[in-house]
Structure formats: C-alpha cells, structure tokens
Design a protein around this ligand. Structure first.
Ligand SMILES: NC(=O)C1=CN([C@@H]2O[C@H](COP(=O)(O)OP(=O)(O)OC[C@H]3O[C@@H](n4cnc5c(N)ncnc54)[C@H](OP(=O)(O)O)[C@@H]3O)[C@@H](O)[C@H]2O)C=CC1
Ligand SMILES: O=C(CO)[C@H](O)[C@H](O)COP(=O)(O)O
Length: 497
C-alpha cells in the first residue's frame, strides 16, 4: 500500500533516500517488517517504480520532494541515506538539512570513508542532529533478506534506531547481525575492515583455484566440486559456496566455463585500498589485505601484462608436481587456505583493535565477529570460532594465540609450507598464501632482522637504537672512533660506551 507524501500526516517510521539497488531493497525489507517507509530519490521516477512494483509488500509513503519526505516522518525523524558514496552523500544530506529539526537522526548506509563520517557526524552534531555512519553488507540480496548492519554514532541515536535496524538484519541463532559499534566513524571503519578482509579472502580463494588448476590440471567443473566439498567443513562460508557456483557456471554463448570467458582484470571500488592506506597510518601489518589490493592492481595492468607476454622474455620454471605431491595436493591447498585465512582475519581484527584504540571507540571485537556471522559477504562458520575466542579472552593479543586457532594453524603448517614451495616451483603467483606464512613466521620469531635495520639506520642517518641489555637510546660514532654514546635524557648520568 502507498500514499502520496504531499500533505500526509507524519506517520512514517523511517525514510529512505536513494532507491538504487541497495536503498530500494532496504526500503522493501523495512516495509516487509511492518515499518511505514517514506521514499525519496533524486530522480523521482525511482520512487514511482518502487511503489508500482513492490507497493503490496508493506506501507510506503511516496514523497514528492525532500520537504514532503521529511514532513512524512514521525519524530525523532529517522532517515537512511543510501546513495553513491562521497559527493552523493553530501548532496543528499544538504538537501535534507533545511527540513530537519533537533534530535532527528540521519543514517548513512553507503560505503563512506570513516574520516568523512567523522566530519559529517561533527557537522550534524553541531546542528543538534544525530549522524549514524552505518556499514551495511550483504549486497542486493542481503539488503532485502537481511544484511549485516554496523552502525556508529551516538548511543542515544542507537536507542531510537537500533530496534528498527535489528528487525531487518539477518538473525543467526536468535541474535540479529546488528549491534552498536561505537561513536562517530566506528561503524564505517568496521565496514571498511570487513571489506578489506573480503578482499583478502577472495584473493586466497583465487590462489587456491589457480594452484589446483595449474598444479593438477583440474577443470573448473571439477574444482567446483572441490569447493563444494570444502564448504561442508571448516571453510564453510558464503564466499567458498559462491566460488563453487561460479566455477560450475557454463557460458551459454560458447559452452566454455564462465571463468574462462571473463576478462582477468579485477576491479575495485576503493574500500580495500582505504583499509590498506589506513593500516599504514596506524602501523598495523595487514599484509593479506595489502597483497589482495596489489594483486587486483597487477591484474588490471593490462598493457604492461600484454607487453611482457608479447616480449616472451621472462622465463618461468619447468617444474611440475611429483605424483606423490599431486596425491595430497588438494588437501594441502585446503589446509594452506584455512591457515592463510586465519592470518588474514587475525590481521583484520588487529586493525579494528588499533583503530578503536586510536580513535577511542571502545569497539567490542567479539561483537563484530557476532554480527559478521550472517548477512555479510564474509559470513562463515569460522566467525563463530572467532566470537568464541574473544568470549574466552576479550583482550587476546592475536587471534593466532587462541588455543583453537593456534592448534588449527599448527595442524596446517606443514601443508601450508608445501603449498608455498610448490607455488614457487610451479611459477604460480601465491602472494596471499606466502605473505600469510611469512607473517606467521615473523610473529613467532624470538629475534627479527629489524635489529640489523636499526644498525643500518643508525649508520647512515644517526637514527639511534635501543639495546636489549640496558635502558636508553644509543648511537655509534661511526665516522669517528666507533664508540657508542647514549643519547636520551639520561645520557648525562652515564658514561658513553
Ligand atoms: N551495491 C552493493 O552491493 C553495495 C553498495 N553499498 C553502498 O550503498 C550505497 C548505494 O549503493 P547502490 O544501491 O549500489 O547505488 P549507487 O552507489 O549506484 O548510487 C545510486 C544512488 O545514488 C543516488 N545519487 C547519486 N548521486 C547523487 C547525488 N549527487 N545526489 C543525490 N542522490 C545521488 C542515485 O540517485 P539517481 O537515481 O537520481 O541517480 C541513486 O539513488 C553506496 O554508497 C554503496 O557504496 C554497500 C554495500 C553493498
Ligand atoms: O561492500 C560490499 C560488500 O559488503 C561490496 O561487495 C564491495 O563494495 C565490493 O567492493 P569492490 O567492488 O571493491 O570489490
């Protein structure tokens, strides 16, 4: 059912601005859950189309313009903006502002950069409005049937908004995949890291596929069966299930596997890159996400790749798997995928911890694992394990230290090493598998070659170093007599060495 917004009483529970795939389906999801939904879109035809096609799914108020849209909403007004992130979001908010009043709540469900969200939250707070930067994951289908929702902003706004959002989020074991994340940019930060993990996960899946295809000569239809089988075990997840579906797909026009007719250049809208840029600022090694972003960039460097292929001057190895290696290779690759995935998630959760600490957000990592169990692209059986790990110890220094994950990686490590060696011998690029293993090995080492780097830095730039055996900051007089001098505030109380 629908009514025209012009002159209508303020009876809508919530409004949605932006009715492309995501906004339209969120609006329908809200209406299907009994909320009266006001509708607005820059191009008005989208409002009419929605009401015409889906008007019988619930109660919609089709607004003529921003003024009648806002007037149709109950106080405090709750408006979900679901438009093209960036300038689209700013334009949509600007249009609404003259009509909103103190206490009203603007929700941005787009993939905004969390620094933009911090700015918008500050600006709207100064006007007496609440701004809720909200991660929404699950794509078109999730928006309709139940996404994972990651709202930031003030606690007060969550009290007014949370019940509605929780009603449309997917439910896993009686718990909605929606919870308050933290102030200002916290929700969009967590969504950004979610997308970064999504990149890492997909890269690892791509490497597993490539290794099995190149190493064993398996066809996509056989590989689809392998992924479907893996989806019955610890790797069970939306992305593994989807991999089986995509690999099984045959192109109607050519009769070839679809994966063989798709151009091998991965695109990216920006959230993975933002994750890596932010990780660099925070000093968190998210190597799996970084490798995934760079692997997409390399795939997209079409001219360069063509030039190298045409030149034919970069030789590869001639090795192949021995019959003995080939025999256990599928299982080895599964183990390597699982261990590398543990590392990628551990790094992602480290990044959430670092962002939370830096911005003072107080994000509950176990709660994030809980709301990622359903609805979102990285939903997986595995996330139950992560939630359990943080239940056991909310301050876990690394997921890799949890007994379950430590055991899982220890069980996988021999296979993991065999797969990385095989990738090198076969000449199959596996930056995700090998960087995850390098991270694991670096993390467990007593001493790292960073000590040598410090020595080099001190030599060429007098950058100083700390010692393992006593307090203080030191420098060697390399170009003088080679003696060591203490350089910190306490230097006066000690003799130079
Ligand atoms: N697609 C997906 O799977 C996912 C998308 N998201 C995020 O959700 C948001 C919506 O995504 P999606 O539905 O794909 O749509 P798009 O990102 O393609 O955005 C289209 C919508 O934005 C509106 N819009 C664009 N520019 C402006 C402007 N200057 N002023 C007002 N409105 C504007 C369009 O209005 P008009 O009709 O007039 O052109 C239309 O409603 C994005 O921020 C996206 O990043 C989040 C999770 C998953
Ligand atoms: O937000 C999402 C899911 O939660 C989208 O899947 C994501 O935007 C896809 O990103 P990209 O186009 O960069 O692969």
């Amino acid at each position: 059912m629908s009514t025209d917004g012009a002159g209508a009483a303020a009876r809508a529970d919530i409004g949605v601005v932006g009715l492309a795939v995501m906004g339209r389906n969120l609006a329908r999801n809200l209406a299907r859950h009994g909320h009266v939904v006001a509708l607005h879109n820059r191009t008005r035809a989208r409002v009419g189309e929605l009401v015409e096609r889906y008007g019988d799914e619930g109660e919609f108020v089709a607004a003529e313009d921003a003024a009648s849209f806002v007037a149709a909403l109950k106080r405090p007004r709750r408006v979900v903006v679901m438009v093209k992130a960036g300038t689209g979001t700013d334009a949509a908010i600007e249009e609404l502002l003259p009509h909103l009043e103190e206490g009203d709540i603007v929700v941005d469900g787009g993939n905004a950069h969390f620094e933009d969200t911090r700015r918008r939250e500050r600006d709207l707070r100064e006007r007496g409005l609440h701004f809720v930067g909200t991660g929404v994951s699950g794509g078109e289908e999730g928006a309709l049937l139940g996404p994972s929702i990651m709202p930031g902003g003030s606690r007060e706004s969550y009290d007014a908004l949370g019940p509605i959002l929780e009603s449309i989020a997917v439910d896993v074991d009686g718990t909605p995949c929606c919870t308050y994340v933290g102030p200002d940019g916290a929700g969009h930060f967590v969504k950004m890291v979610h997308n970064g993990i999504e990149y890492a996960d997909m890269q690892l899946i791509g490497e597993a596929y490539d290794l099995l295809r190149q190493g064993l000569g398996m066809e996509p239809s056989d590989l689809a069966k392998v992924f479907a089988e893996w989806n019955e075990g610890d790797l069970e997840s939306f992305l593994i299930e989807t991999t089986a579906t995509v690999l099984a797909k045959v192109d109607a026009a050519t009769g070839s596997p679809l994966v063989d007719v798709v151009v091998d250049q991965a695109e990216q809208k920006g959230t993975g890159r933002w994750t890596v840029q932010t990780a660099l600022e925070l000093g968190v090694p998210v190597t799996g996400i970084a490798e995934a972003v760079f692997a997409r960039s390399l795939s997209g460097a079409a001219d360069q790749r063509r030039a190298v292929r045409d030149a034919g001057s970069l030789p590869g190895p001639s090795g192949s798997l021995s019959p003995q290696e080939a025999e256990g290779f599928v299982d080895d690759v599964r183990s390597a995928l699982y261990a590398s995935k543990v590392v990628a998630y551990a790094q992602g959760f480290d990044m959430i911890a670092a962002g939370s600490e830096h911005y003072g957000w107080g994000i509950d990592k176990g709660a994030m694992a809980t709301i990622w169990r359903g609805g979102c692209i990285i939903r997986a059986r595995f996330l139950d394990r992560i939630r359990e790990a943080y239940d056991r110890d909310p301050h876990l220094a690394s997921l890799l230290l949890d007994d379950y994950f430590a055991g899982a990686v220890a069980d996988a490590q021999d296979a993991w090493r065999r797969v990385v060696v095989a990738a090198v011998r076969l000449g199959v690029p596996a930056p995700g598998f090998s960087s995850a293993l390098a991270y694991y090995d670096a993390l467990r080492r007593d001493r790292l070659p960073a000590a040598l780097l410090q020595g080099l830095r001190d030599f060429f730039g007098a950058h100083t170093y700390a010692r393992v055996d006593r307090e203080g900051i030191y420098h060697v007089l390399w170009s003088e007599d080679g003696s060591e001098v203490r350089q910190d505030a306490e230097a006066g109380s000690h003799n130079p060495h």
